[in-house]
Each structure stands twice: as C-alpha cells, then as structure tokens.
Design a protein. Structure first.
Lengths: 536, 77
C-alpha cells in the first residue's frame, strides 16, 4: 500500500522571541495549525488581532481524515477568503441513499431548495482544506506561524498565561493574554491542565480505506446496513476529489486491528464490495470512537476549540464542522475582548453557546452510533426490527439512523440573544444561524445575502426604512422594495417573514441577536449591548 | 377509532422526534438480561396496544410485524 506522502512541508524558523532578553508577550496564541487553529487565526487576523500560531509538526499529511465540509462551514470559509479553492477542488453533494442488504430503503436530499450560495456539502480531503487555509494564513501579516514549536507547559499567573515551547533550537518562553488550544482529540494542552475528558466509548471498530479508482457511482453518500458484500454490520461509500473514494467498513468489537489493517486483508474486503480488484489503496485506518467533551471549554486564559474540547463519532460529519463553528463563535468575541470593546465575561458565552452545540452533536452522534453499532442482543433485535419494518412502512424509515448530517446549532438560550417581543410567523429566531437568499444589487448584479454581510454586527432592514446614525461598528443592510438590495426571488421575504417589514440584528458570526417589526433606537441599543456581553 | 375509509395502521411517522424515541427504547434495555429485555418488550407491546384504543390497528400491526419475520427468513435470518 502507498501511505500518502507528506502533502506539504514547512520549515522551522527561529523566532525573535527565542532571542529576546525579556519574555515576549502576545495577545493571542493558538496551539495547533489544523483546520480549527488556522480558521481561528485567519478570522482573528482579519479582525486586526495579531496571532501566534504554534504547531508541533512541520507538515500536512496523515491521510484524508475529515472529508465532509458542510454548507455552514463553507459560508465561514467564504468569509475567511478560502471558499473558492475549497469549492474548486471539492466534490459537491447533497443526496444520500440508505440500503438494507441489497435493497434501497430511502434517500434524502440535504438542500432541496434553490437560492443558497453554498452547496449542502463538499467532500474534500482534510489535507487540501489545510493547504488552502495555510495559503490564506501566510498572506496575513497578523499571523505568525511557528512550525516545530511544541508546547510543553502551560501555567497561568498574574493575569497571563505562560507557555514553555520546545523547538529544534531548544526551549523558550512566551506569555499571552489568551491561549486557544486547537490541538486535537488527544490535546496535550488538556493533559497539561489535568482536565477530564469524559463520555461514552464505543466498542465496535471501523476500517477506513481510501481507494483510488475510476467508478461511475454518483456523488452521493451511500450507507448500507448488513451489506451483502461485507459480514460486518454497516458500510459507507463516499466520493472525494482525485478519483478517491472513502470506504468505511464496520468490524466487530474484538477484531484484531493489526491484522485488519494489512493491505492483503483489506484488499479482498474492498474487492467484494466493489465487485472488482481494479483500485489502489491510498490510506487505511482502524478506529474506535468516543463521544466525550470537556465540562467547560474556558479555563481561565486557556480556551479549547474543536476536538480538544469535544469528540464525536464520524457519522454525521460533526467533527471538523463543529470545530470550525467553534472557531467562528470565538474569533469575534476574542477580538472584542482583546481590543477592550467587551468584557472578558463575553468569552463565557463561547462556553455556553458551543457547549449547547457540542451537546447537540454528541446527542445526534450517540443516537446514530446506537443504531449503527447496537450494544446488546436486545438492542440488535430492536435495530433489526426497525430495518425490517422500514422496507414496508414509512414510519420505520424515520427510525433508521445512518447518521444525521451536521447542521449549525441554534443557540436556544443564549445570554446574547434578545427574546422576541413581536409576533412572527417564521424566519430565524434569536440565536439561530442566518439563512442565505439571493439579492440583486443596485447595479443589477446578482449576489447572495451572505456576500452582502461583512464581519461586523449588521442590521438587516427588510421592506422597511433603514435607520441612520447607528453605532460605527454596525453595518446597515437594506433589502427589499425600493432598497439598495432588492429581494431578487422573494426569498428574503419568505425566509425572514419580512412581508410586513422586519429588522434583524445579525452578529459577526451570522447568528441572529434580535429582531423587530419596527425599529426603536432604545431597543436596538439594548440588544446590541447585550450581544456584546453587556456593559464592561 | 379508525373510520371505515381509513386504513387500520398509520404508515407515516407520527412522532415529533423519532430519533429521541428510538434512543429511549435503547436506554430502556441498557443493563437488562435477555429475559428481562424480552419481558420489557412484552410489557411495552401490551401498553402500546391499549394506547392505540383500536382493536383493528393492533391486529393489523401484528400482521405487519409477522410479515417482517418472513422477510428476515427469506433473507437468511
């Protein structure tokens, strides 16, 4: 088998901090230059915050890993300036099919309506996503990437965090106002702080194989229960760029992983599935998975994001996607706090909001895993009954759970949201993510709502007169009849319940902070202050 | 009660959150022996049968459930 070569190689460079006579201090240090750390660093840098990004390695490699990037993540990537290469290389998909043995039970469509800039999903090897993020990061002067810088100790005293960093030239120290640990499921930072990472461990083992071949399968997510070509309980087939196909095969709990990962053992398994032997093995991995999380994602001046904070099973594409959404939730808050424009307590809302998301992801992931890998004969009977009934009834199809795919979390009880006072027949509630819709600009150009939003707080005025004289850091976006942007297909009106006029206060991470039928400056100012974490 | 023109069984999902209901059933079996699980299932059947309030629906449900066993036998168990 060919293990993938190193996808990209970077060079260690000595930092001036290593020769400084006094310990260098930085506002924000991010540990881990994976997709989460890179996304956070880019977002902060775009907001004018200097970031030191440390990584213990000096390359991108290690197989395809996360491959499914969701619509919401692509909207974030778009704001970070990396959506174009991701979409250019990635494989778009939105449909899934679920099979029981040799029979299709049902199919689903994750984005059955038009009028969105981004597709439901793209599949893209994680190493490409990291490459595009790093290319973007290196164009930003506020980002200082330091390869082969391994953090070996973190302490917090006198209102700063101090990091001990090991390098090829030996160790050095830096201090930081804020440290964000994006160092993955086995987070060394979490270990250094002695934090418990608790949850449910699943016994069944899964074989992941990336296979290179030319095949006519459609670009859809295909999932089999009790596949006819494999004696395990489930199988998954998914297309990636470069004619690479992701195959997941469920093995038993007691399978010998050393034996199962051997190419001469994997090849016949894949050949039985495909019905031919005309493929190359690109990458093989065997894993058990866990659903667990830190009790709190914020520990003094050290904040956890992505897999270091929470871990889920892969069924549902909730790992990398939720991590990138963590980064987006944190970036604007950290920027406001670092500039002194918001109280440090605003970072506590990162914990509450992203905890809600982590719990939702763990809940969905655990439910899917219960269905895919039953724990006992009784659970297996229940699962098999649901599958048997699903061939004969629609209601049972709803019980069949091959993974519910990642959607952004609506923050139901966010302290940053102002509860509705008006009557609404639809539209995103406070805390919900902003839906996209097509717009037509004054010059006739067709764009999307997500294009028209910047990185600041925005007041969208729909079919209503836009107010003037708002705070400097609030953008105003008038949409609708006789406005700068017209509602090209009537979808803004429909998706925001804006027929009778509506005002939506949108946060920098495109979640709704508040909404009104009519504009009142006092209500607006109170909602804006609340969305920034209250008074300092 | 079903009306004469209505089929005895509703084949569309009627639950607000089927994944959550499924998870509740799974959790109900956690830590039980095989005999206890079978007893739990039997009790659930009687409770839910009564809950339907519809003798015809219960008989139609029995027919549907038996039909899935035949499917399983066809498929090799």
């Amino acid at each position: 088998m060919q293990q993938p070569k190193t996808h990209r190689q970077f060079r260690y460079r000595r930092s001036p901090d290593q020769d400084a006579t006094t310990t260098a201090h930085h506002p924000v240090v991010v540990i881990g230059a994976g997709p989460i750390g890179q996304s956070l660093a880019i977002d902060l840098a775009q907001r004018g915050i200097a970031v030191v990004l440390l990584d213990d390695s000096d390359r991108i490699g290690d197989g395809s890993r996360a491959i499914c990037f969701s619509k919401r993540t692509l909207e974030i990537f778009d704001r970070l300036g990396v959506a174009a290469p991701m979409l250019g290389k990635g494989v778009e998909w939105r449909k899934g099919r679920v099979f029981h043995r040799d029979r299709e039970l049902y199919s689903f469509d994750l984005l059955p309506e038009p009028g969105h800039k981004m597709p439901a999903f793209i599949n893209l090897q994680q190493y490409y996503a990291e490459e595009y993020l790093i290319e973007r990061a290196t164009t930003l002067e506020h980002i200082d990437i330091r390869w082969r810088n391994r953090v070996t100790n973190v302490t917090q005293t006198d209102g700063v965090a101090e990091l001990t960093i090991d390098t090829p030239d030996g160790p050095y120290l830096i201090t930081a106002d804020w440290v964000v640990a994006c160092d993955g499921a086995r987070s060394p930072t979490r270990g250094m702080l002695g934090l418990a990472f608790e949850g449910e461990q699943f016994e069944d083992q899964f074989l992941i194989a990336d296979v290179k071949m030319t095949a006519a399968f459609p670009t859809e997510r295909w999932f089999w229960f009790e596949p006819p070509f494999h004696n395990g309980q489930s199988a998954l087939l998914h297309k990636q760029p470069d004619d690479v196909w992701r195959i997941d095969l469920q093995l038993s709990a007691d399978a010998d992983s050393e034996y199962e990962r051997r190419p001469e053992v994997v090849r016949p398994r894949i050949a039985r599935m495909l019905g031919h032997d005309d493929f190359e093995l690109e990458w093989i991995s065997i894993y058990r998975f866990q659903c667990r999380r830190l009790k709190s994602f914020v520990h003094g001046r050290v904040i956890f994001a992505g897999d270091s904070a929470h871990q889920v099973s892969p069924f549902g594409a909730r790992g990398a996607n939720s991590g990138i959404q963590d980064a987006e939730n944190l970036a604007w808050k950290l920027a406001l706090v670092t500039r002194g424009d918001a109280p440090a307590s605003l970072l506590g809302t990162y914990d509450t909001e992203r905890s809600e998301a982590a719990d939702e992801n763990i809940l969905n992931s655990t439910r899917a895993t219960d269905f895919i890998a039953p724990h006992s004969p009784a659970e297996m009977s229940l699962r098999n009954a649901a599958l048997a009934l699903a061939g004969r009834s629609d209601f049972a199809k709803r019980f069949v759970n091959p993974g519910r795919l990642s959607l952004p979390t609506s923050y139901a009880d966010s302290p940053l949201s102002t509860p509705d006072v008006d009557t609404w027949g639809g539209g995103p509630r406070p805390g919900a993510p902003l839906p996209d819709a097509p717009l037509r600009a004054a010059n006739g150009e067709s764009i999307f709502l997500t294009d028209a939003l910047g990185s600041s707080f925005t007041l969208i005025a729909i079919n209503a007169e836009a107010p003037e004289g708002l705070a400097d850091d609030v953008a105003v976006l008038p949409v609708g009849r006789d406005q700068v942007f017209t509602d090209a297909d009537g979808l803004v009106e429909r998706r925001f319940d804006g027929g009778d006029g509506a005002f939506y206060l949108v946060r920098p991470d495109s979640h709704i902070a508040a909404r009104w039928r009519t504009f009142d400056p006092a209500q607006f100012n109170a909602a804006l202050a609340r969305a920034k974490g209250g008074s300092r | 009660m079903t009306r004469p023109d209505e089929p005895a069984l509703r084949m569309q999902s009627t639950l607000r959150d089927p994944d959550a209901v499924y998870r509740s059933l799974v959790e109900a079996h956690r830590g039980l022996s095989a005999d206890q699980s079978a007893a739990l299932n039997a009790a659930l059947v009687l409770i839910l049968a009564n809950q339907t309030g519809d003798d015809d629906a219960v008989r139609a449900a029995i027919d549907l459930a038996r039909a899935t066993l035949e499917t399983a036998a066809d498929g090799g168990g």
